[in-house]
Design a protein around this ligand. Structure first.
Ligand SMILES: C[S@@+](CC[C@H](N)C(=O)[O-])C[C@H]1O[C@@H](n2cnc3c(N)ncnc32)[C@H](O)[C@@H]1O
Length: 301
């Protein structure tokens, strides 16, 4: 069967009724389409679920019996239009639903911010086991390059006594962070700050600095699948072959960390470049089981 034989509005309106019918149909369409999965799901089935459930206002995991419930014609029409956008325009699902979950916490997302997918989520889900000693629960945390605020919000839940500064250079991103902070009622715990890295930060020191900064070389953007081109370039690109912002974070962090404070930073495929550039720094490279690479920890002397 070919994609154009099943990608028809009359099929979803007249022949499909339940959530499970529609999810199966979308998964078939996605399998036949030329799509890139890199924003949460890694297969057509999960991508279909990620499109349908948020749209219906349902959580990411539902009982099997709910899959049998019927969709209204209006719901099926809306889903059809989004499937068309996903397939024809290659718009990532999260930008179509404006919703995702990071470490189990719901977030509002639009194309002013990168879609959260950092493997730092695994460290947070594991409560930073073997990364931060349990007796050293951080009280002051800095989330540098916060984007949607996903890491700041997940840290606020993990460390209920901590205060978190969430910094981004993009005012657009800060507006999204503010929205997500309100969504979680965390206004007293997280302070959004629009700043070029440390430039506008208050003069106190943090127990933990955590960052997923941009680290893509400008030229490499052209080789990314179309899906990534919907995301703000400022979230990807860093000068000096992708490492300029990482360099600034490494050089400035000691001034903003208390003694024995910790810097955790994602550098992805720039790991080797960073090791070569700083032979005298002891980087602890953290184990990530779900496939991510290149997250280091440095303890401040
Ligand atoms: C890779 S995204 C990470 C977003 C989020 N932390 C996440 O994990 O999904 C990088 C973010 O860094 C921000 N950024 C880029 N340059 C910056 C700078 N000089 N200072 C602060 N933030 C910056 C971008 O606006 C973008 O939101």
């Amino acid at each position: 069967m070919k994609l154009n034989q099943i990608l028809k509005k009359k099929i979803i309106i007249k022949e499909l009724f339940s959530i499970q019918d529609v999810v199966r149909w979308i998964a078939s369409c996605f399998s036949m389409a030329d799509l890139w999965y890199g924003h949460g799901a890694d297969n057509p089935w999960d991508e279909a679920i990620n499109l349908v459930l948020p749209l219906l206002g349902l959580p990411p995991y539902i009982w099997n019996i709910v899959y049998k419930s019927k969709l209204s014609i209006k719901e099926r029409k809306i889903i059809f239009e989004l499937v068309i956008k996903r397939i024809k325009k290659k718009i990532p699902v999260v930008y179509l639903t404006n919703k995702t979950w990071f470490c189990g916490h719901e977030l509002y997302i639009d194309d002013r911010v990168l879609i959260p997918r950092s493997p730092i989520s695994e460290l947070i889900n594991n409560k930073f086991k073997s990364v931060i000693s349990s007796y050293k629960n951080p009280k002051f945390i800095l989330d540098l390059c916060t984007g949607s605020g996903c890491i700041a919000i997940a840290c606020a839940y993990l460390f209920p006594n901590a205060h978190i500064d969430a910094v981004d250079i993009s005012l657009d991103a800060i507006n999204v962070v503010e929205y997500n902070i309100q969504l979680h009622g965390l206004e007293n715990r997280i302070t959004p700050i629009c700043s070029n890295l440390f430039d506008k930060l208050p003069k106190y020191t943090y127990d933990l600095i955590i960052s997923n900064p941009p680290y893509v070389n400008k030229k490499d953007i052209n080789f990314l699948p179309k899906e990534y081109l919907y995301e703000p370039k400022i979230g990807f690109i860093s000068k000096n072959n992708g490492i300029e912002i990482i360099e600034k974070i490494i050089s400035m962090s000691p001034f903003f960390l208390r003694k024995k404070g910790i810097l955790i930073c994602e550098v992805g495929d720039k790991m080797i470049k960073i090791i070569e550039k700083y032979p005298d720094i002891y980087f602890q490279w953290l184990n990530i089981k779900n496939g991510g690479v290149g997250i280091f920890k440095i303890e401040n002397k």
